[in-house]
Design a protein around this ligand. Structure first.
Ligand code: CS2
Ligand code: MG
Length: 415
């Protein structure tokens, strides 16, 4: 069997997605993957079209590991979000083909089910702790057993922050419900303002309020979004200890992994990290030193199922669980890949999910299904997602950026 064509489809049903469709010389046999990198979609599409697709024509799609090694090491330039997202799109599409050939869902090829569903988490947000409480209650009524809570911060402006329009947009973005605008939109990035002082005072108060009002049974956690220094993160994690978070997510920037040693020795709050990692080797020190409890890289930005399965197996050895990144800015094929892995891994922890707007289901059918706190995928062969190419062409690419953030003095801050 041979690869005959690699089609790269950029489409924007409510937001931009990059889809990889690999066709074979077996009539009707193709695989679909997702190669969406938020705000950098065309870089990945160009890498795929101009540099990667020509290397794949004529190769045997069954040889996933060999193709992975060739694209990662064999082409000399390696790593980084653009190339690893492109590689993830190829990898997922190849697993889709392998599953379809075998007549088996991908979770079966990965070792078979270890559970009946993947414990899912959703997002709750609001302008103050009362609004967050209301949102948490409504998510609990939807059956969620794990909920991420974010709150606007007095004096800060924008996503995860406070202040009028930007704050409302941020709440919509964070909950990513059908019909929301999904991102702050517009051709140029919105600029937010963020200061650590008000943030560090507000978040412990938020969780004190939530525990007092919604109780201890619901699992709650919080995403710091890489904004704190190690000692600020240590203070926050320590002050949150009485509220028993499921985990504290992405506390510090991804560059200097050794900083986790400082953070870890100060707190028993479980730690999760990884959505900005792009290779296994970034994850490994945090796992082998047991500096985190959950590895939560993005399958779609770290080279796909092949790489994620290796990371998960290393993590299992060190009692680290998985919590793959699952935001609205990656496509249904990556969300489905997440769940195929979740169902097969012994050390699965929790899965982030979003509810896609109806138009995404029409253009990119087959996203995982949610029921009463758990996610599942169909037991059909392959990954289970597809692309309606005719419909996709009706939603052309629209330039969009992630928001940016600055301190009160105007200097650049991590968004
Ligand atoms: C967030 C992401 O889901 C999360 O945990 O951190 O939504 C992240 O901001 C986006 O994926 C960036 O594109
Ligand atoms: Mg996050």
């Amino acid at each position: 069997m041979k690869i005959t064509e690699v089609r790269v489809i950029v489409t924007s049903p409510s937001r931009n997605y990059v889809v990889v469709k690999i066709l074979t010389d077996e009539p009707g046999l193709y695989g679909v993957g997702d190669a969406t990198l938020n705000g950098r979609e065309l870089s990945v599409a160009t890498a795929l079209q101009e540099h990667i697709a020509p290397l794949l024509i004529g190769r045997d799609p069954d040889r996933i590991e060999d193709i992975w090694q060739m694209l990662f090491r064999g082409t000399y330039w390696r790593g980084g979000p653009v190339l690893m997202t492109a590689l993830a799109g190829i990898d997922t599409a190849l697993w889709d083909i392998k599953g379809k050939r075998a007549g088996l869902p991908v979770y079966s090829l990965l070792g078979g089910k270890t559970r009946e569903g993947a414990l899912a988490y959703t997002h709750a947000g609001g302008r103050d702790c009362i609004e967050v409480e209301d949102d948490v209650r409504s998510k609990m009524a939807d059956g969620f057993k794990v909920i991420r809570a974010q709150c606007a911060i007095p004096g800060n402006v924008g996503t995860y922050g406070a202040g009028g329009e930007a704050e409302a947009a941020s709440a919509r973005w964070a909950s990513a419900e059908p019909g929301s605008t999904w991102g702050d939109g517009g051709p140029m990035p919105s600029v937010e303002q963020w200061e650590p002082g008000p943030y560090l005072r507000t978040i412990p108060a938020l969780f004190a309020h939530l525990r007092n009002t919604v109780g201890n049974e619901i699992e709650l956690f919080h995403d710091v979004h890489e904004r704190l220094t190690p000692i600020q993160a240590a203070r926050l994690a320590k002050e949150l200890e009485p509220f028993h978070l499921f985990f504290l997510e992405d506390c510090i920037r991804p560059e200097h992994k050794e900083s986790f040693r400082l953070l870890r020795q100060h707190t028993t709050t479980p730690l999760a990290m990884g959505e900005l990692f792009h290779t296994r080797w970034e994850c490994v020190p945090l796992i082998t030193e047991q500096l985190i409890d959950y590895i939560r890289c993005d399958i779609g930005h770290i080279g796909g199922i092949t790489e994620a399965q290796k990371i998960a197996h290393i993590a299992e050895t060190f009692y680290v669980s998985t919590a793959w990144h699952g935001p609205g800015d990656i496509g249904p094929a990556t969300h489905a890949a997440n769940v195929h892995l979740d169902l097969s891994l012994a050390n699965f922890g929790v899965q982030e999910m979003v509810k896609f707007p109806e138009v995404v289901h029409e253009v990119l059918p087959g996203a995982p299904t949610y029921q009463n706190g758990y996610l599942n995928v169909a037991d059909t062969p392959g990954i289970g997602t597809d692309v309606n190419e005719e419909l996709a062409s009706k939603y052309p690419y629209e330039r969009a950026y992630l928001p940016m953030s600055r301190r009160a003095d105007g200097s650049v801050m991590d968004w």
